[in-house]
Design a protein around this ligand. Sequence first.
Ligand code: SF4
Length: 44
Amino acid sequence: MRLAGLNKNDFTDGGGVCVSLWVQGCPHHCPECFNPETWDFEGG
Ligand code: SF4
């Protein structure tokens, strides 16, 4: 598994303070995707 990002003190993506991680590689290519930089399976 490749990581696209890690935030150890995330105040915006959950309730309270949390750890968030984003994984790299997506085959869907949705037109309204906020994170197209995560599509590449070789990135991260
Ligand atoms: S929104 Fe972006 S990351 Fe989520 S499934 Fe669609 S293309 Fe993939």
